[in-house]
Design a binder for this molecule. Structure first.
Ligand code: ASP
Length: 592
């Protein structure tokens, strides 16, 4: 149907006859001449229709935006002064010789260049939204990234293998999407939260290097930028330790960023222990582009007569930390109030601060509602430790460590953005030495920080039963600009160790058999040492494309409320289907 893509025509084709297909981006009438900007996936070219071919011209007069055309015409230079330096085809135009209207279009529900269209409308008419050049670019970048990764992995001996979508629940810590079984009434499949156990079984089977770019499903909280179905680049290897494996993976990421974005990552990538990340950034995915850091001040606060500080300072689960904000003295009362509301989202009961007006003047040079509670030694200690200078502000967090970390960790990032402190560029790192377990206050039990198949550090095996809280794991996260883009671990490959970890997590023998018996069995039949990781492809492409949300790099995403406005999914099904499945819908219990 065509000889060339519109967007790729250039002056080298001057004088040639070409046939193009595409959509009408814009049509203009100029004193008897009709200009059409014809668009295809490669870009735009200007087509000119002259009245001296009356039949074709009459057709051109009917053309409206988003009509689909086929045009045969002759490439010629644009008249001097009318070139468009923003287009590849900007030096030329095509003089129309033949025109066919392949299809018409009603006026669009929104204009492609209208930035104010609501997301619901954009998703409802996603096929139109996707015509916008930035959406085209993002999805093409996505294709480029997955192509690169596939090629790289295959060159390194990885085999592309599929794993089931209808399966049993795998515990990655989120809620499962369930699928009723018709042939086993009353029983359900779960959609995989990840291929975790299957990829481990592929290692037991001897495939040695596996990868898959695959959908995973998690019925998670909707507030964050998450999708019910998302794509993982899932990887597993045998007979590699974490050193070798991380080197292999960071090599892949280094090549990816060089190849696709022309960005050079450091070699080797920096590594930071989980404890250091929490201490300095109150986050297990520190954004190193933001030059703000926390310091601990519990020891200075232990004996102050201010319960808000001394309480958490004395609590082994507590944390008292200070965050210096350079030039933060300029923050107004109402801005500080807004930040106080912000940290309340994370459970913080307040946000104490000290403004440093004139450090040399000691106590008199400071300004803060809490000053009266703090003795000089505490104040001097704080100033010294934070390195605060005149004009700075110091924020405090004092509570259970988890609350302080959530509150100050997020506040640090917010301040970084609000105050324009985020440095340009890319700051990848590995976060390592995670604790194996985290104590869950609500349920009074240990939970796995990564997942229950993560191996403890071999030298910590002895701590499993005596000090689970001190036991570190062989997990690693790949963090980029404050986003966890990948995570994985060396796995448990010995049945005894796996059983011990299940027990510690409160999974009894019977439950372990019933849920993971197949894994425990497999570990008895010659499981090799193995480990791997998974990258979140959506997040990775979001970062690489500079998009603000993963929804911007997914062709057909769900809304924040996990629905699809395009197909109107999820939807009701008819009574007969339900009966076949042995399912009756219960009305939600009335509120109150
Ligand atoms: N299955 C893990 C996840 O989905 C990744 C891994 O450990 O390989 O986060």
């Amino acid at each position: 149907m065509r000889t060339h893509y519109c967007g790729l025509l250039n002056e080298q084709l001057d004088g040639q006859t070409v046939t193009l297909t595409g959509w009408v981006n814009r049509r203009r009438d100029h004193g008897g001449v009709i200009f059409v900007d014809l668009r295809d996936r490669e870009g735009i070219v200007q087509v000119v229709f002259d009245p001296d071919r009356p039949e074709m011209f009459a057709l051109a007069e009917q053309v409206r935006n988003e009509f689909v055309l086929r045009v045969t015409g002759r490439v010629r230079p644009r008249p001097a002064g009318t070139e468009n330096p923003n287009l590849v085809s900007g030096k030329i135009e095509v003089l129309g010789l033949e025109l066919a209207i392949l299809n018409r279009s009603e006026p669009l529900p929104f204009q492609l260049d209208d930035d104010a269209v609501g997301e619901d409308t954009r998703l409802r008419y996603r096929y139109i939204d996707l015509r916008r050049p930035e959406m085209q670019q993002r999805l093409r970048l996505r294709a480029k990234v997955s192509h690169f990764l596939r090629q790289h992995l295959e060159q390194h001996g990885f085999l592309d293998m599929e794993t089931p979508v209808l399966t049993r629940a795998t515990p990655e810590g989120a809620r499962d999407y369930l699928v009723p079984s018709r042939t086993h009434p009353g029983e359900f499949f779960a959609l995989p939260q990840s291929p975790q156990l299957f990829k481990q079984l592929l290692m037991v089977a001897g495939f040695d290097r596996y990868y898959q770019i695959t959908k995973c499903f998690r019925d998670e909280d909707l507030r964050a930028d998450r999708q019910p179905e998302f794509t993982q680049v899932d990887i597993e290897t045998s007979f590699m330790d974490e050193e070798a494996f991380m080197t292999l993976i960071e090599g892949m990421m280094r090549d990816l960023f060089r190849e696709v974005l022309g960005v050079a990552f450091p070699d080797p990538l920096p590594r930071m222990s989980w404890h250091e990340a929490m201490r300095r950034y109150a986050s297990d995915k520190p954004d190193l582009r933001i030059p703000l850091e926390l310091v601990d001040v519990a020891d200075l606060m232990a004996s102050v007569e201010f319960k808000v500080f001394s309480g958490p300072a004395a609590d082994p689960q507590g944390r008292v930390a200070a965050l210096r904000v350079p030039k933060g003295g300029e923050l107004s009362r109402s801005q500080i109030d807004d930040y106080t509301k912000y940290v309340a989202i994370f459970g913080a009961k307040g946000l104490a601060y000290i403004k440093v007006n004139d450090r040399a003047a000691g106590r008199d040079g400071l300004q803060s509602p809490i000053l009266k509670f703090l003795p000089d030694e505490a104040i001097n200690g704080i100033l010294e430790r934070t390195g605060a200078e005149d004009g700075d502000l110091i924020f405090f967090g004092a509570d259970k460590a988890k609350i302080v970390n959530d509150a100050l960790g997020n506040l640090r990032v917010k301040l970084g953005h609000d105050l324009g402190l985020v440095e340009a560029g890319w700051r990848p790192l590995w976060v390592v030495d995670f604790p194996m377990f985290e104590w869950d206050d609500r349920d009074n039990r240990w939970v796995a920080l990564h997942h229950p198949f993560t191996s403890p550090k071999l030298e910590h095996l002895g701590l499993l039963e005596t000090h689970p809280g001190a036991c570190l794991s062989r997990a690693y996260d790949f963090v980029l600009n404050g986003v966890e883009v990948g995570g994985g671990s060396m796995r448990i490959y010995q049945e005894e160790v796996q059983s011990k970890v299940f027990k510690l997590l409160g999974i009894g023998e019977e439950e372990a058999q019933e849920k993971f018996g197949f894994l425990l069995d497999a570990l008895k039949y010659g499981a090799p040492p193995h480990g791997g990781l998974a990258f979140g492809l959506d997040r990775l492409v979001m970062l690489m494309s500079g998009a603000g949300s993963i929804r911007e790099v997914i062709a057909f995403p769900k809304t924040q409320s996990a629905a699809c406005p395009l197909t109107d999914a999820p939807g009701a099904v008819d009574e007969r289907q339900l009966r076949e499945l042995g399912i009756r819908i219960r009305k939600p219990a009335a509120e109150g």
